[in-house]
Write a protein that binds this ligand. Structure first.
Ligand SMILES: Cc1cc2nc3c(=O)[nH]c(=O)nc-3n(C[C@H](O)[C@H](O)[C@H](O)COP(=O)(O)OP(=O)(O)OC[C@H]3O[C@@H](n4cnc5c(N)ncnc54)[C@H](O)[C@@H]3O)c2cc1C
Length: 380
């Protein structure tokens, strides 16, 4: 698409680059930062279709987590024990990497611990999870450096004030952060390294000619030596052959609650529901499993089925004795696939992708971006 009235200067300085990255989420920003740190002379431009990043990175729940026991059980079935060990190691190291790039203060990181909850009706699941505590503590020992990453925490039941919950497994290494602050800090770092970030610029298509990639957007055609797609759930729109399925996550947050009784991150029903405190508010998300078909979408939005279930969970289990009002709701789109690890590869000559964070991008996004940045640099 030709855009009218571009000057010679604009075309030369904004539309011509060495590396063009699509998507300014945690992966795209980390890839850009990596490239500029290693090769400061390269021109790196990020094209972002939203006014803000518009996928998952600023819409998520901010759990700095590496897997609850019920999630690990499911993931071990898919990846095997060694595969799971590698996955958890990636998440753990990924979180340390994020914290080495952006300070804990910038992330508003708080170590309040993570808790997996089971109701009285989930006896079989809770017994299975409790029986696996030893197995996962052993498996994760060399990763976390702790002998008891997971432990029973029945003593917290009264303190938290939940209804119908009779089993709690604690992971005191789990933390929480502010995803908005995280992305703001990553943008500031990228800009300080001279990365050009252009918003409201959706990539429609691309093609390679000789040794250049031509990228069509609604703002005109960009030319680059290399193209790196960090568009996560939306990657299949530009690269249909990739094994990526979108998964929408709906989220609600309450207004301030006086004397909120809990702090921390909470997992419920095999991780399909998650909630945490945000100061004195409660953020709750999930419910994709209520209707996988409808939630497998690139469209943001809410459905009565999920919203009503989230509200019921708040009223009946999380805040049974506390009145609350909902302040805001929103949704974000995650990327899933048959395999649990991200796709970081050269799709065709000079065209790369780093996508499919499987709902764990805070943990693996920085390392995924780093690996992608190195991969692109190796090809230059
Ligand atoms: C509700 C919800 C809760 C979550 N909670 C957690 C959590 O607690 N902990 C955790 O670790 N993970 C969580 N996640 C997952 C995590 O947010 C993601 O894994 C991570 O943000 C993915 O980062 P990304 O950079 O790969 O993708 P994204 O953040 O989605 O970034 C991709 C970017 O590409 C842009 N884009 C797409 N197509 C185009 C195009 N054609 N042209 C230009 N730009 C384009 C999008 O606008 C977007 O900004 C959650 C996700 C959701 C939705």
């Amino acid at each position: 698409m030709e855009v009218n009235n571009l000057s010679y200067w604009e075309k030369a300085n904004f539309y011509n680059t060495d590396v063009l990255i699509v998507g300014s989420g945690i992966v795209g920003l980390n890839a850009a930062i990596t490239i500029k740190k290693i090769a400061p002379k390269l021109n790196v431009t990020i094209l972002e279709r939203g006014f803000l990043p518009s996928g998952a990175s600023t819409k998520n729940a901010g759990f700095a987590c590496f897997g609850s026991i019920s999630e690990l059980i499911e993931q071990e079935k898919i990846a095997g024990t060694d595969g799971l060990h590698q996955l958890v190691e990636k998440r753990w190291k990924g979180l340390q990497k994020l914290r080495s790039i952006v300070s804990d203060q910038q992330l508003a990181l708080e170590n309040n611990g993570g808790f997996e909850l089971f109701t009285t009706a989930q006896l079989a699941l809770s017994e299975e999870c409790v029986s696996k505590i030893g197995h996962y503590n052993q498996l994760l020992k060399d990763i976390t450096g702790e002998v008891d990453t997971f432990k029973m925490a029945e003593n917290r039941l009264n303190q938290f004030g939940f209804h119908q919950i009779d089993t709690i497994i604690e992971n005191r290494l789990e933390a929480q952060l502010d995803p908005g602050k995280m992305i703001k800090a990553l943008i500031a770092l990228a800009v300080s390294l001279d990365v050009l970030i252009l918003n409201n610029c959706e990539v429609k298509s691309f093609k390679t000619e000789e040794s250049a990639v031509f990228v069509e957007t609604q703002q005109g055609i960009f030319k680059s030596k290399k193209l790196l797609c960090c568009t996560n759930a939306f990657a299949s729109q530009l690269m249909p052959k990739l094994d990526i399925k979108p998964g929408r996550g709906q989220v609600i947050i309450t207004k301030h609650i006086d004397n909120l009784q809990f702090r921390g991150t909470f997992h419920y029903d095999k991780g399909y529901y998650y909630f945490r405190n945000v100061g004195n508010r409660v953020l709750l998300g999930g419910g994709r499993n209520l209707d996988f078909f409808t939630e497998q979408t690139h469209q943001f939005g809410e459905t009565p089925l999920v919203q009503n279930t989230l509200l019921r969970l708040l009223k009946e289990i999380i805040l049974p004795n506390t009145s609350f009002e909902i302040e805001q709701k929103w949704s974000g789109i995650m990327a899933f696939g048959a395999q649990l690890s991200p796709i970081i590869e050269e799709v065709e000559p000079n065209i790369f992708c780093a996508v499919r964070c499987n709902g764990m991008g805070i943990a693996i996004g920085s390392q995924t971006g780093y690996d992608a940045g190195e991969m692109v640099l190796m090809s230059i």
